[in-house]
Design a protein around this ligand. Structure first.
Ligand SMILES: *Cc1c(COP(=O)(O)O)cnc(C)c1O
Length: 340
């Protein structure tokens, strides 16, 4: 099976498992798991933040971030398709009593500065208090331009909003910006935000885990919410060691995933009835024109040993456990389907 459903499906490599087995452990609820502490300190330093907090999932990381930035009755500005709005079960509203103000995306994934500005509410009892701007990078596999980040950040600061980045795939964005020094690129992206959440269970290939970064006071507040959300884990160093291994060894290689995504898109180009978007990172979208043709495609691919998601808009995600031969098999299977 070649599994292109998501970059979350990767299995830990042998070297990652070794790092996990060798990790010194403690009880992280007491703050004494050395492997968790080392990951938090190292990532915070690398991304230019004072502090960081290891989280079981990206969803919990974003939730704790929103709850640390906002009080009950506050509001955050967010994209219609953003994970923190659409894909987290409404957690900010349900658990945080924080109102989302969703905004439309531009074709490049960004939110128009004019839309942001127009949706900042005046200080008036009729309105929720607009407190926070939340962006996502990459968003739908697209990299937000650095000058856009600077402009959105400046606008937020001018209007007194805090700035959170859902950087589930921060390092995919960083590699796309500067493959030669992705750590420096990641730091540049993060310089425009007060807090950033990074997933290790996506393209970085760890089994579990995200890390939230921010100021010492912000992380202290998020730590309280994490405990309340049930995210206080004990010998979590086992997992932090996997994430740390990924941070040290799996960042630069994201460029390979991006190259395979381009190979896939090029291989699918020109298939009649299929419109393929040129990928910027590791996610390829392809729109199927004909509804009837679309319905049979995923089952056909599965029979041929290829897993993907979507229906009219197919999604293929490359990752650590996919190679060029697998991508070529996926291309051949899709081509055969549309030939028949
Ligand atoms: C995967 C993802 C998350 C977090 O997801 P979890 O499954 O909770 O770890 C957050 N934001 C984005 C953009 C994601 O892709």
């Amino acid at each position: 099976m070649i599994d292109l459903r998501s970059d979350t499906v990767t299995r830990p490599t042998a070297a990652m498992r070794e790092a996990m087995m060798a990790a010194p452990l403690g009880d992280d609820v007491f703050g004494d798991d050395p492997s968790v502490n080392r990951l938090q300190e190292d990532l915070a330093a690398r991304l230019g933040f004072e502090a960081a907090l290891f989280m079981p999932t990206g969803t919990q990381s974003n939730l704790c971030a929103l709850m640390a930035h906002c009080q009950r009755g506050d509001e955050y500005l967010v994209g219609q398709m953003a994970h923190t709005y659409r894909w987290e079960g409404g957690g900010a509203a349900v658990l945080g009593s924080i109102q989302p103000q969703p905004l439309p995306h531009q074709p490049d994934g960004s939110l128009l500065l004019a839309d942001i500005e127009a949706n900042i509410k005046p200080d008036d009892a009729h309105f929720a208090r607009t407190r926070l701007l939340t962006l996502e990078n990459t968003i739908g596999g697209k990299v937000l331009p650095m000058d856009y980040l600077a402009a959105a950040s400046a606008l937020a600061q001018r209007r007194g909003l805090a700035r959170h980045l859902d950087g589930a795939r921060l390092f995919n964005a960083a590699v796309a910006v500067d493959a030669a020094d992705p750590y420096a690129a990641a730091r540049r992206i993060c310089s425009h935000f007060d807090s950033v959440s990074v997933c290790f269970s996506k393209g970085l290939g760890a089994p579990v885990g995200s890390v939230l970064c921010g100021s010492r006071d912000f992380i202290k507040a998020a730590h309280r919410w994490r405990k309340m959300a049930g995210g206080g884990m004990r010998q979590a160093g086992l997992l932090a060691a996997a994430a740390h291994h990924a941070l040290d060894h799996h960042v630069r290689r994201l460029a390979d995933d991006h190259a395979l995504a381009r190979r896939l898109a090029e291989g699918l180009a020109g298939v009649p009835g299929l419109a393929v978007e040129t990928p910027q990172t590791n996610i390829v979208f392809a729109d199927v024109a004909d509804a009837e043709r679309a319905a049979g495609l995923l089952p056909f691919l599965k029979e041929r040993g290829v897993l993907a998601t979507g229906l009219y808009r197919l999604r293929f995600v490359t990752h650590l456990d996919v190679d060029a031969a697998g991508v070529d098999r996926a291309i051949a299977a899709v081509r055969d389907y549309f030939k028949a």
